[in-house]
Design a protein around this ligand. Structure first.
Ligand code: 5GP
Ligand code: ZN
Length: 114
């Protein structure tokens, strides 16, 4: 989808600070980090949210989670812990409707989330 921001990052039309990648997904640092370590893991193929990835391409969902684990290792937060977040829908504050996992770490996380 040429009008999708994250599809344009996948296509290389918009630059991104890539942390790790595999055949199905790309991880790059969030442009507006809300934690000391904040990356996004996105599928190369366009799906609106994670549930749609699970329905259409379940293998890609597994590869996204594997890549999130690699990001945590690269960022040095695998041992202390980190949070994977998938805002889904407007009420959950999803703003980009190309599926993504936030990988958040480098500080203690509050619970319940806001
Ligand atoms: P959402 O609110 O949909 O869960 O998350 C979308 C995320 O994409 C936000 O955290 C936002 O900061 C990030 N974002 C939006 N535009 C860009 C961009 O052009 N580059 C990068 N690296 N991140 C972006
Ligand atoms: Zn897209």
């Amino acid at each position: 989808m040429s009008d999708c921001l994250f599809c344009r990052i996948v296509a290389g039309e918009i630059p991104a600070d890539v942390v790790a990648e595999n055949e199905a997904a790309i991880a790059f640092r969030d442009i507006t980090p809300v934690a000391p370590k904040h990356s996004l893991v996105i599928p190369r193929a366009h799906h609106a949210n994670l549930v749609e990835v699970a329905a259409a391409a379940p293998d890609d969902l597994v590869k996204m989670v594997q890549l999130a684990g690699e990001v945590a290792a690269v960022e040095g937060i695998a041992e202390e812990g980190y949070r994977l977040v998938a805002n889904t829908g407007a009420a959950a504050h999803q703003t980009v409707f190309h599926a993504h996992l936030h990988v958040l770490g480098g500080r203690s996380m509050g619970w319940p989330p806001g």
